[in-house]
Design a protein around this ligand. Structure first.
Ligand code: 173
Length: 321
């Protein structure tokens, strides 16, 4: 697979060193399984580009984690092994630690594009990942803790929980022992009892059958999931204005649709989980408030520790407090 990528890259560099005069085909990967919740927005984006971009720009969808491990996508994009990627900040912290901060946004992208928050992050993506942050396709979609052992207070002492960087600081602050895995290893980890629970958003647990191995969901949720389309900047710089316009148009539509789309999806999957027999462990009132406050506190502490230079600035743009 990688050899094929590398040859393609060589050919692209050799034959079109300055710009893509004719129709160009861009290679795309997604960090989430194909045709599942967190790839769907990207697949719609690709359809729109391929419909609109005839004679200008086309996307060759190589696929998901079977083609490339999720935690390698950031580096593959940076080095130009792929031209476009659908991924989340938690999967690209090896290239840019600040990317995981999107989970802490308390303002929609429409506002962040005006208040300087988008520009600040876009500059970091360009500098650290050689990437254009084109569009956020997932927003308004809280994360939750899912468990197979009941808890009566927000205390995870003695429990082993599957994480990504999204949940690490918060679940550790609650006393958990954490184990990082890509989504593709969650099912077997639950099945073998390697973990007692996992972090994941409110939507998507049915995609890979995890509902079969899940007893409880803890409410309330916390943060908001982010999945976005990134473009290799070297590739982007070679595109014509017309080619970029095709990508921008599909990106803007996708980003504009995300909030309403996830309003509907969140409600749908909440009901589906209840129907599947997943019980809720619910913290109310002051306990819920304390749980969420702790989540954001631990989250920001983690980002600022990873990036003392940019973390505090990003917090000013993203946070309500
Ligand atoms: O849990 C995860 O794998 C994760 O970090 C994530 C991020 C965004 C959407 C879905 C999952």
């Amino acid at each position: 697979m990688y050899k094929k990528f590398a040859l393609g890259l060589f050919a692209a560099t050799f034959f079109c060193s300055s710009s893509f005069a004719q129709e160009v085909t861009l290679r795309a990967v997604t960090a989430f399984a194909e045709k599942t919740t967190y790839s769907r927005g990207f697949e719609k984006f690709i359809e729109r580009v391929n419909a609109d971009g005839k004679g200008l720009v086309q996307i060759n969808y190589i696929g998901g984690p079977k083609a490339m491990p999720p935690f390698e996508v950031g580096n593959a994009l940076k080095t130009g092994v792929v031209d476009i990627a659908n991924t989340t900040g938690a999967f690209t912290t090896n290239v840019m630690p600040e990317s995981d901060a999107w989970k802490l946004t308390e303002r929609p992208m429409s506002e962040l594009r005006k208040n300087g928050g988008y520009d600040y992050m876009a500059k970091l993506y360009a500098e650290k990942m050689n990437a254009i942050f084109l569009a956020r396709l997932v927003d308004n979609n809280p994360f939750h803790l899912y468990l197979n052992k009941p808890i009566s207070a927000p205390d995870l002492t003695g429990l082993k929980i599957r994480i990504t960087p999204v949940y690490r600081d918060f679940f550790q602050a609650l006393g958990a022992t954490v184990v990082q895995t890509p989504p593709g290893e969650v099912y077997t980890s639950l099945e073998r009892g390697v973990v007692d629970g996992y972090g994941w958003p409110i939507t998507g647990i049915f995609d890979l059958g995890w509902h079969e191995k899940t007893k409880y969901r803890v409410d309330p949720g916390f943060y908001t999931a982010e999945v976005s389309v990134l473009v290799n900047k070297t590739t982007w710089d070679k595109l014509s204005d017309a080619q970029r316009a095709v990508l921008r148009k599909a990106a803007e539509r996708g980003e504009a649709e995300a909030i309403a789309e996830f309003d509907a999806e969140n409600a749908k999957d909440t009901k589906r989980q209840a129907d599947a027999g997943i019980q809720t462990i619910k913290f109310d009132g002051a306990a819920a408030e304390a749980y969420r406050t702790k989540a954001y506190q631990a989250g920001w502490d983690g980002i600022i520790k990873q990036s003392p230079e940019h973390g505090p600035k990003i917090r000013e743009f993203f946070s309500k407090k």
